[in-house]
Design a protein around this ligand. Sequence first.
Ligand code: COA
Ligand code: AMP
Length: 627
Amino acid sequence: MGKYHDVHAASLSDPEKFWLDAAQAVTWSRAPERALDDGNPPFYRWFPDGRLNTCYNALDRHVAAGHGDRTALIYDSPVTGNAARYTYAELLDEVARFAGVLRDLGVGKGDRVVIYMPMVPQTVVAMLACARLGAIHSVVFGGFAAKELTARIDDAAPKVLICASCGIEPTRVVPYKPIVDEAIAASARPPEKVIVLQRERLRAEMGERDLDWDELMAGAQPAPCVDLAATDPLYILYTSGTTGKPKGVVRDNGGHAVALSWSMAGIYGIGPGDVWWAASDVGWVVGHSYIVYAPLLVGATTVLYEGKPVGTPDAGAFWRVISQYGVKALFTAPTALRAIKKVDPDGREIAKYDLSGFRTLFLAGERLDPETYHWASAKLNVPVVDHWWQTETGWAVAANPVGVELLPIKPGSPTLPMPGYDVRVLGPDGAEVPRGTEGAICIRLPMPPGTLLTLWGDDQRYVESYLSRYPGFYLTGDSGYLDEDGYVYVMGRTDDIINVAGHRLSTGAMEAALAAHPAVAECAVIGVSDPLKGQVPKGFVVLKSGVEIDPDRLRDELIARVRQDIGAVAAFKEVVVVDALPKTRSGKILRKAMREIAAGKDIPVPSTIEDPAVLDRLRPLLRGRDA
Ligand code: COA
Ligand code: AMP
C-alpha cells in the first residue's frame, strides 16, 4: 500500500478503480464490474452487479484454502471461568448446522432474526448463520430492557428470536428470558419461535414457542451458503436517535465485506493468522464490525471476551488476555482505560505481563481525553490510535491508518479521513467554515462502501435525519473542526444523543420515561461530564403544581423508571427538581443551550429565551456532577 495521502486522494478522484481494486480481497460468486451505483441519489449502492455470501467469505473460503486448522475465535470468559478455541473448520461446522436449524424453522433470505445474547460464541454462530442464509440479523445489546427490545422487535418483525437464558455481570446474573417474554408480550409483531441457549448459571423456564438451542443442534443438518446480491441487506442494527424510537441502520453484504476487509489491513494492520481483540460487545457496531465480521473476513483470530476491564478479577485482565493469546492489536473504548487507570494508576498490573507481541492500541466510541491518551502511551509504549466513527458508518471515518503508514499523532484528534470519506465542516449557512473553526462535521455524498444504506423500512426518516440539513452531505451529528493539516477534531454531538461509557444513548428516550411519572410536569435530560464514563445523564424535572412528594422517594422512582424502560446501561443516577426549565418565548425547552453549558462552553444567553434568570439558576447544576 502507498502512503496515506496517495491512498486517500486516489479513493476520491477515482472511486470506481479504488473500490474495484479493494473488492479483490473478497471472494465473489459473480465479481462486480461496477463499484458505485449513483442512479438514484441520495440512495447510493455499491457493487450493484456483484454477488457473494458474507459467511462464505468469513469462514468457508478459509477452510477451502486449507486454513481450517487456524484458530478463528478465542472465547475468554472470566465471569464464568470458561475459555474455548474454535478453529475455522469448527466454527464453520457450528455455523452451517445452526443455519440448518434456522432453515428448518422456515427462515430464509430476507427474513429478520432478532438476537438478544451475551458475549458467548453462540452469538457469533447465530449472526453468521443468518448471513449464510441471507436472513437479516438484528442484534440487541443485552443491557437493554424489555421496552427497548419490544421497540426493535416491532420495527424488525422477526420470524425468530434467539436469546440466552442469562447474561453474567460481575455482581449479578441478568435473567434474559423474562425480559424476552415481557418484550414479546408487549409486541405487535412477535416472532413465531424463540430459540433459547440454556446457560448453566441460570436456566430459563421454557414456554410454548420456545426451543432449546442444544436440542435443535443435536439433530441439525448443515445448510449451504445462499448466493446474494451485494446490495442485499446483511443486518439491521438499531441505534439511538434523537427521539425515543431507535433507528434501524441497514448494512449491505458486498460494500460491507469490501470496506471491512480494507479497514482490517489498512487501518488496523491485521492480516491472516494475526490475533486481534475488540473489547466491546456484539450488541454494538464495534462488535459487529470488529469482533465478528472484519477479523474473520481477513482470516485473523478474533478474541471474544466476556468480562470487564476491572473487577474480573482485577485491573490486569486486559494485559492477561493480550499476553496469554498473543494479541497483536486491541480495540476498546477510552472508558475502559480510564477504569483501569483509576484502579492501577502506576500500571503495576501491566508490568506483570509479557506484552512483547502487542503492537497497537486503538480507541473509539467516545472522545479520547488527552490525559488517558498520555497515560496509555506512556504505560504501554505502543502507538495509541484514536479513531472516530459511528454505528451509521460501520467503520472509521477518521483514523490513523497503521496498515498504510503511521501518521504523526496529535492528541485530541482521531487524525485524518479514511478512503472514500470526504469530510467537510459546514457552518449554519451550508458553506464550509475556515480551518480551525468549529461547525457541523459532514461527509460529502456518496459515502464509501460499508456505510448505511438507509433506515429499516423508513427511507424518509433516513433522508430527513441525515441528508436534508445540508443537501449533498451526510450529517454526522458531531460538531468539530479541521486543523491546518486537515486533522479532524470531534468536540461532541449537536443533538440529543449522549455517550455513556462508550454506550450511545438517547436523552429523548430517558425524558419519555421521566415524563410518564405522575408527579412530573416537564423535564430535560442532558449529558454531563463524568471522569470515568465520559458522560452521564442528568435529569432536570419540574413538578406539577401542588404536588407534594418526598424528594428521595421521587428520585428513586425516577431512577427506577429509566432503568426499567431503557436498562441499567443508561446509568441514570442523577436527577434534580428545579422550579423551571429555560424556554423560548414560544415554549420550547432550550436543550441546546443546556447541553452547551454542560459541555463547559461559555455561551451567550440565547436571544429567544423567555426568562434569562432561569438559565442562570441552572448553570451550576449543569456544570459537572458535583457542581
Ligand atoms: N447486560 C446486562 N447488563 C449490563 C450489560 C449487559 N451486557 N452491560 C452493562 N450492564 C449493566 C451493568 O451491570 C451496570 O449495572 P448496575 O447499574 O446494576 O451496576 C450498568 O449496566 C452500567 O454498566 P457499565 O456502563 O458497563 O458500567 P460499569 O460500572 O458496570 O462498568 C466500565 C464501567 C468502564 C468498566 C464499563 O463501562 C466498560 O467496560 N466500558 C467499556 C465500554 C465499551 O466497551 N463500549 C463499547 C463501545 S467501543
Ligand atoms: P456509536 O454510533 O455508538 O458508535 O456512537 C457514535 C458517536 O460516538 C459519534 O457520533 C461520536 O459522537 C462519538 N464518538 C465515537 N468515536 C469517537 C472519537 N474517537 N472521538 C470523539 N467522539 C467519538
